[in-house]
Ligand binder design. Structure first.
Ligand SMILES: CC(C)(COP(=O)(O)OP(=O)(O)OC[C@H]1O[C@@H](n2cnc3c(N)ncnc32)[C@H](O)[C@@H]1OP(=O)(O)O)[C@@H](O)C(=O)NCCC(=O)NCCS
Length: 159
């Protein structure tokens, strides 16, 4: 397996991975059409997409948009390795912190251990966060439309 920068031949696979995880309201097109804003790192094995992480710079912080490792490759350290690319990039660009929004569905936060092991702290949580923003979106994580997932805001300070 290798870690590579974004290559457009993986665009459809990124979309598929996102849809498999969250449903059909995903934003791959928006991301890959705005590569001057978004930064993407991929994990691939024999030209198959295994994992993707997407982040972007804001004025003082770096915002982690999402990280997905396909289920059969989870718990092998790939998410942690991808997170290191984001943290290194944020430090290089003198950001004060990295922030992200973790999803709680059915009482479980998939990214909780990844974030806490990587030094993130929870700031606050908001119920029905995506459901209120995108009422027509059917969420595969909670199985509801509107989505009833809870958003947990996490932050890692770098200074
Ligand atoms: C969250 C995610 C990216 C972690 O990737 P990963 O490659 O499995 O992570 P790592 O192998 O580096 O493991 C990091 C920690 O997370 C835990 N973990 C990994 N996958 C997990 C899962 N599905 N549920 C609960 N914990 C999980 C690991 O056990 C490990 O903790 P530990 O060392 O204390 O045991 C992956 O589970 C995933 O893609 N989940 C679905 C999408 C998602 O929720 N993304 C985050 C929000 S944008």
């Amino acid at each position: 397996m290798e870690f590579i920068d974004y290559n457009k031949k993986y665009k459809d696979e990124i979309n598929t991975i996102q849809q498999n995880q969250w449903g059909n309201g995903t934003d791959t097109d928006n991301i890959v059409q705005n590569l001057e804003l978004y930064k993407i790192k991929l994990a691939v094995e024999n030209e198959r997409l295994i994992a993707v992480i997407v982040w972007h710079d804001e004025e003082e912080i770096c915002f982690l948009d999402f990280v997905i490792v396909i289920p059969e490759f989870q718990k092998k350290g790939i998410g942690t390795r991808l997170m290191q690319f984001v943290l290194e990039d944020a430090k290089t660009n003198n950001k004060k912190a990295v922030e992200c929004e973790a999803i709680e569905a059915k009482g479980k936060i998939n990214a909780k251990k990844l974030l806490e092991n990587s030094g993130f702290n929870k700031q606050y949580e908001t119920k029905n966060y995506w459901g209120n923003h995108l009422p027509n979106y059917f969420c595969k994580e909670c199985g509801c439309k509107p989505c009833i997932c809870v958003m947990h805001k996490y932050r890692k300070n770098l200074v």
